[in-house]
Design a protein around this ligand. Structure first.
Ligand code: B12
Length: 210
């Protein structure tokens, strides 16, 4: 299974064939991170086609589904992590009003494979759920995704809710998503921002050490 073929299967929205293809690649001992890379490349091209109006919403939804199918097979291979040490707990969510979860899921998979304990609350998650989960798990990091300009303000709401619950000092808040940048993230009350999932893991490792 060539990497180019995996990229192509995402672009061509081959939701029924993707799992078999990922399985085949892993069976050939391909590095799961390279497989992820090939799939992400496909998503980038889907995004480009959407922006060029070659693809419409239907194709976008299908591309998301195809990526999810691929992840089901890929995740265990990525999650081959060191079980021996105490794991840093991370709460992961896409903010309220936002139904984009592909980037968040990629970050989650990479974090899992780096040995973190992930509590993924899904998408369209409000501040109450996040506060409750911090209380329940004692997590030390909250990682939020916002892909919509309209929903970045939710970060501020989560920051405030954590403060009101007296939990803000015990957690680091890191955010990501295309409409954000370092300055805006800080303005909204976050401690950190990362451009992509790979950078995100590096930043989160650093946050976990402090
Ligand atoms: C796929 C997609 C969808 C799918 C989502 C499927 C899913 N399950 O996620 C569907 C079809 C549902 C969708 C819907 C909509 N979408 Co849309 N969508 C996209 C698209 C094409 C790709 C997003 C994606 O998955 N990229 C691939 C992933 C891997 O990249 P990523 O999400 O950016 O994540 C990376 C980084 O940002 C970072 N990251 C992300 N989160 C986090 C979190 C942390 C903590 C860290 C450290 C890093 C990090 O790491 C990730 C990996 O490297 C983008 C365009 C684009 N090219 O980005 C538009 C886009 C995001 N959508 C857009 C819009 C407008 C919408 C709709 C409002 C459309 C509509 N009219 O209905 C709805 C909104 C629905 C809702 N309430 O959320 C706009 C947003 C504009 C804006 N700035 O507000 C975009 C930019 C398209 C455009 N150019 O107009 N969409």
């Amino acid at each position: 299974m060539e990497f180019e073929k995996l990229t192509e299967l995402i672009i061509e929205l081959e939701v029924d064939d993707i799992q078999e293809a990922v399985r085949e690649a892993l069976g050939e001992d391909k590095d799961p991170f390279e497989v992820l890379n090939a799939l992400t490349k496909g998503m980038d091209e889907v995004g480009r086609r959407y922006e060029e109006k070659e693809y419409y919403l239907t194709e976008l939804v299908l591309a998301g589904e195809t990526m999810k199918e691929a992840f089901e097979v890929l995740q265990p291979a990525l999650a081959d992590a060191d079980q021996s040490q105490e794991k840093t707990k991370i709460i992961l969510a896409t903010v309220k009003g936002d139904n984009h979860d592909i980037g968040k899921n990629i970050l989650g998979s990479l974090l899992l494979s780096s040995g973190f304990e992930i509590h993924d609350l899904g998408m369209d998650v409000d501040e109450t759920k996040i506060v409750e989960k911090v209380k329940e798990t004692g997590a030390s990091i909250v990682a939020l995704s916002s892909l919509l300009t309209m929903t970045v303000e939710q970060i501020k709401i989560v920051d405030k809710a954590l403060k009101n619950a007296g939990l803000r000092d015990q957690v680091k808040l890191i955010v990501g998503g295309a409409p954000l940048n370092e300055d805006l993230a800080k303005e909204l009350g976050a401690d950190d921002f990362a451009e992509d999932a790979v950078e995100g893991v590096k930043h989160i490792k650093a946050l976990a050490e402090n």
